[in-house]
Design a protein around this ligand. Structure first.
Ligand code: RTP
Ligand code: MG
Length: 139
């Protein structure tokens, strides 16, 4: 049975700065997902306000948006069967401290003195989010 989806993956500024873009892309491709489109972006405040609209008003919103503007991010359109939840499985849980070994955040995330937002990657969390986010980042 085919469940072909597209999702938005972001390599966040910490991932780009730590030169882990290739490692993230390697894991996506090794799983069998297809990289359909890719670009490096320095995100505007407006883009990030829209991207993270579900988190507006939360205590971590401002630090998160500031962090996401601290350097370029790599935006990736990824296709594959069940890729929306599948990439989230590859990424691991939000906090790298507790993310499982074998995941991007579990293997590569660091927790000495770093904030939870510095968790290397973003992946859309539903078909609705994926469609909305892909339209924002690949307008
Ligand atoms: P993402 O959206 O980046 O794929 O990650 P996620 O679904 O696992 O996490 P989400 O709840 O959507 O939160 C978005 C990003 O906000 C930062 N965050 N900080 N308590 C905190 O300080 C906190 N909680 C979340 C993380 O960067 C998270 O990825
Ligand atoms: Mg999320």
């Amino acid at each position: 049975m085919s469940d072909l989806e597209e999702t938005l993956v972001l390599v966040k500024p910490d991932g780009v700065a730590r030169q882990l873009t290739g490692e993230v892309l390697r894991r996506i491709e090794a799983k069998g997902y297809e990289i359909v489109d890719l670009k490096m972006v320095t995100a505007s405040r407006e883009l990030l306000d829209s991207h993270y609209e579900e988190h507006q008003g939360k205590p971590f919103f401002e630090p998160l948006v500031e962090f996401m503007q601290s350097g370029p991010v790599v935006a990736v359109r990824v296709a594959g069967n069940g890729v929306i939840q599948g990439f989230r499985s590859l990424a691991g849980t939000t906090d790298p401290t507790s993310a499982a070994p074998g995941t991007i955040r579990g293997d590569l995330g660091r927790d000495w003195g770093l904030k939870v937002q510095q968790n290397l990657v973003h992946g859309s969390d539903s078909p609705e989010s994926a469609a909305r986010e892909l339209a924002l980042w690949f307008a």
